[in-house]
Design a protein around this ligand. Sequence first.
Ligand SMILES: NC(=O)c1ccc[n+]([C@@H]2O[C@H](COP(=O)([O-])OP(=O)(O)OC[C@H]3O[C@@H](n4cnc5c(N)ncnc54)[C@H](O)[C@@H]3O)[C@@H](O)[C@H]2O)c1
Length: 360
Amino acid sequence: MEKKYTAAIIGAGALVGSGKKGGGHQIGYTHAAAYQGQPRVKLVAVADIHAENRHAFQQKFGVEKGFTDYRVLLRECRPDLVSICTYVGLHHEMIISAARAGAKGIFCEKPFITSPVALADVQRQAQETGVKITVAHIRRHLPAFIRAKELYQSGAVGQPLMCIGGIAGWDLSECGSHWLDMFRFFHHDRPVRWVFGQARVRSLRGYGHAMEDHAVAYFEFDGGGKGILDGGMAMNGPWTMTLVGTEGTIRIQREDTVVLDTVTGRKTETFPADGAYIYIWRKMVSDLIDWIEGGAEPVTGLTNMAQSAELNLAAYISALRGDRIDLPLSGAAAAIDQWPVELLAQRHRLPRKNEGSGRK
Ligand SMILES: NC(=O)c1ccc[n+]([C@@H]2O[C@H](COP(=O)([O-])OP(=O)(O)OC[C@H]3O[C@@H](n4cnc5c(N)ncnc54)[C@H](O)[C@@H]3O)[C@@H](O)[C@H]2O)c1
């Protein structure tokens, strides 16, 4: 008989979904729906520090066991699978606790991790405990993005030159981490050689941490091809992303339409995105279980996702240090053990030499 896996969720999700910047997307509900659509999984428990969030979740998904403290959940329930649906600043300790409590698989939200030191520790713990970690960069499975990559890498627009994108009102990590991950996907996940980043950080906070008002990342892949992500301002009209080649462009509108422009004319293809979502979330769970059972590590597994996280962190570290950051991270950059945006916010609060006191 097929093995049944127990699953638990840490971070149920806000009582009422807001869908706004700062939290309240109720991503725990999406993880729960993915587990409940999986015959190999039984969702057994949830932990949330807010009783009203926990109770609403338990009622909606018929989950009997609820805990305030996730460590008690891990100790008492010993789930096989743990979804971490809280904010990035909490992921490190939650991953380590779940791994040490014997979880076989962890399905963690993005942005994945706060610092290079925490990332290295997670990699070490995964090696030691054997826990399999997957990160929720689900867009890798959306048909429009898969088609755009096929076109970009098959010569449809000549030589790949650059992926560009701008996310109005957002950032490089809470929303932008998906875009950075996509740009890696479009370049076959080849290593990133270097990253330039710049950020305007003031007093904005969301998801439990400092957020930038506006930031930009510019980077190059090994073997050619670059990426520019504007986390804050739209860059190219209604287009989600533009992939530029020597002989044309591929543009993605929303997450369902791909427009190819070359000298031979324009070709538009549409792909259903709505129906694809729940299938993709279930696939993320079944890929994790297949990996636990000896199958291949999925593209959203730790090995690959560590590189997306490193790219994300490197853009902020570049802003922090006022220098290009070469990857893989090394030296002082690799020794940073805090969320770099928090450090940028702290730096803004300190008076800077030679700038007088007129800062707004
Ligand atoms: N993969 C995706 O497509 C996607 C979509 C939306 C959000 N997210 C990410 O998911 C994360 C959560 O965002 P959200 O908007 O769903 O949040 P949310 O505010 O809806 O839910 C977070 C929950 O975590 C709980 N929580 C906080 N601290 C806790 C602790 N110490 N122990 C247990 N529970 C705790 C809160 O009470 C809340 O219920 C963010 O990092 C966000 O970027 C990912």
